[in-house]
Design a protein around this ligand. Sequence first.
Ligand code: BGC
Length: 732
Amino acid sequence: MGTVTDSLEEQAALGSGATFWTTKAVGDVPSILLTDGPHGVRRQAGSTGDHLGLGRSEPATCFPPAVGLSQTWDPELVERVGAALGAESRALGVRVLLGPGVNLKRDPRCGRNFEYFSEDPLIAGALGAAWVRGVQGQGVGASLKHFAVNNAEDDRMRSSSDVDERTLRELYLRAFEHVVTAARPWTVMCAYNRINGVYAAENTWLLSTVLREEWGFDGAVVSDWGAVRDRVAAVAAGLDLEMPGGNGASDADVVAAVEAGTLDATVVARAADRVATLAARVTENCSSTARFDVDAHHDLAREAAARSIVLLQNKDNLLPLTPSALAVIGGFAVRPRYQGGGSSHVTATRVDVPLEEIRRYAGGHQVTYSEGLTADTLAAAADADAAVVFLGLAAEDESEGFDRTHIDLPADQLQLLSAVVQVQPRTVVVLAHGGVVALDGVAGLAPAILDGALLGQGGGRGIADVLFGAVNPSGRLAETVPVRLQDSPAYLNFPGEDGHILYGERVFVGYRWYDARAAAVTFPFGHGLSYTRFDYTDLVVVSGTEDLTVRVSVANTGDRVGREVVQVYAGLPASRVSRPPRWLAGFAGITVAPGALADVEIRVPRDELGYWDVQAGRRLVEAGEYTVSVGASSRDLRLHTDVTVDADVAPAVTFTVDSTLGELLGDPVAAPIVAAALASAVPEGAAGSALGTDMLRMLGSIPVGRMVSFSGGAVSRAQLTELLDEVNRQRS
Ligand code: BGC
């Protein structure tokens, strides 16, 4: 990559936007347009804009937001949605689409959970990578966001996410790592917040060491809109493009810093080159401005919506409905809640209305509609063959920019449901919400529940398709539904205080937490029913030196075709570090005809078995007996087997005076040397010569350097140094 311009002023100018949504044209480098993302193109007209979803944007297809789309557990479908988004971006002149958001859903209260995929990094990473492949396959750049550890909205522009390194690496950075290494996004968007005290935009460790040096990222780092507090510090840390554009004041800061010798000129030149490379990449690859196919994209939005729906409960096989007289109740049936609030808010090309779609399926039978609880409502419900009650959160209950304080549905909705169920036991609930809601009450009242989360503009048709069985539901929860908010992992540490959010639950996020505490949940991670049944048999796991190959047979024992999501969980009961009982290690979707048997093979990369070893500074796989479980959810595990896995070669540890006696005796090379030294150093008959098992355990945790004083002179400092030198020499 050559230097795009020798002029320091021009280099600095390339590093900040021209307008709210565009970069500057400098020399031969063209200006490019970036816009939100992620589930639709929010192309605002003119040069003014906003990042709060206030101003109108041009019509574009509103696909299911990540909270819905993630429930498909289907990278292939997500990639098709990505490709459609890429095509719409091209048609609207957008060169970089701001998404996907792969932050973990750490706490159910985070106001922006609707824009994120999962509480699990494997799902978030796999779906995020698919989204990037789809968009970039159209020549439009993606912007992986919000890097990193942006898991709360309150005070998001200042708060510090205080999280230990193992948790960061295993959970919060993991999905980003996967997307960067597997799908190579052309840009990454740094988050607003601080990480362990340092702003993401100024975080050299994050933006340069981890992102570029370790993961090999070769694109441009873009700031979240308004995330840059100190442009000079940000450029020094690895930021390439500050957005939105301002008045050029921060360009002048950069020039002044270089002239004053406080900022390296080569760093500025490199950032400018990266912005120029981005502009070249998107303009070379994205020449067409053809119109997109509005109808075809609406059909895809409907397909994605139907596939996103999770059948949570279906007592006595109430669903699917047959064409019959129905009472439809609740405002979301006529004014669907289908997307979240804030920067991702799209002006949909059209919106399917659930009530109209249900009427289409009702085959001429009467379908009544009531908004809320009146006497008429109950009479209509009692007279119908079944009731369909729409419940959920209103737009004002949740949004980007603030967090929720509870996860309850409005009390009047539960009263309504309770009254309807009393007169009409055949009641189906359809849910709309961006963040998870407590469902114990609903599950106790309604025999059947469809979880729509947020479904985008095709949700109305998708709901009707599933209600009447035109689509057999195959969605799976990507997030646990807890019984109570108080049970959730970060309950006591969210949203934080005095500007600090302590990630005290460490690696125990989502189902990892509920399973470790054997806590009851209302619906577990991975859960989702079907109108057919699947049986699992013949689990075989082949473990080589590299990856695991998991083979299992899945039989459709029901009477209709269906899609099963086969989930593989791994666990290591005897791990040397604190780990959850099991974690998702792989998954695959498979469509099986009634009566048929399908063989499924899932590759689990060896790396998925590892943990982040802080001392070694890398992921390590421990030796041991791993339990591999296969099933239909994290709590519906049908088959298990144990496999023996060899350890990674750990980097050599150098023993020092701070190493404990136990660590030395636990090392096969050091143990005999130390045992011999102990035997000769401690005189026969002295207390130390009677080192029994308990005595050894007692002494085991003492750093050997302290032996000098504890031994009353029997072990000298020089002897100890000699011993450690010998041990380290023989080990190296
Ligand atoms: C959001 C980003 C968004 C940007 C531009 C910010 O407030 O955090 O996700 O891409 O605005 O609208």
